[in-house]
Design a protein around this ligand. Sequence first.
Ligand code: MTE
Ligand code: MO
Length: 261
Amino acid sequence: MSAKPKLDRRGFLTRGLAIAGATLAGGCDSELSEQPWVKRILDKAEALTYASQRALVSPTALAREYSEAEISKDFKANGSTEVDDDGYRALAANGFADWKLKVGGLVGQPLELSLAELRAMPARTQITRHDCVEGWSCIGKWTGVQLKALLDKAELKPQARYIVFYCADDLGETGDDDGKYYESVGLEDAFHPQTILAYDMNGAPLPIPHGAPLRLRVERQLGYKMAKYVMRIEAMDGLAGIRGGRGGFWEDRGYEWYAGI
Ligand SMILES: Nc1nc2c(c(=O)[nH]1)N[C@H]1C(S)=C(S)[C@@H](COP(=O)(O)O)O[C@H]1N2
Ligand SMILES: [Mo]
């Protein structure tokens, strides 16, 4: 078991339940989300998370990193596992050679970067545990570019308070942008050294079920913050004007914006 802080209530409860549930095959525990009693306990833990995290654990502390031997053999894919969009499929068919990440909003220097250009930037690799709010965890190895390096390159403006990630998948199935997945983080997480845009998973190009060609890893937060299929990043001074106004697809549907673990 990990040496996580005692105050990590959700992690503590989740791991305890995982042991009780004894569904640890392949290094990922699952099935827990099906249990209403698990959901009730996690809901109660939610209220404690933000207060204890922000008051007593530094937001700049590093998330635990694991060894190669601890990588989950079968990392669960969750939420969207493909993108039902012709434009995306065309990009995928071509190995994302024509794909470009757009960086805009409150920046002095808007960017459009190809995968090759992202891969040419300094890379960071980290082996971390992904904790889904549904009650399962998997350990994976992620390689990508630090978000801070991208924001520096784009000359982030001082008015910027949030970084918003726009994804390709229409999880809400509205057929327009309203149903598309999106997420956002504050500047502490944006500048955190373990906050990366990953193009490799476990030493190979990021597979489509896990968010190809690029996904966010924000290791101090829960799984739903880790936007997959990221197409565009925008620096903003507020979140109220974006879609449901609460800073993310699941946040607009009631989840906490600050999902610290
Ligand atoms: N674009 C997009 N990003 C997403 C999701 C999604 O459905 N679409 N699901 C989120 C949730 S709830 C989790 S737990 C993780 C799952 O990542 P994985 O498929 O690599 O396990 O992605 C997160 N990011
Ligand atoms: Mo999740």
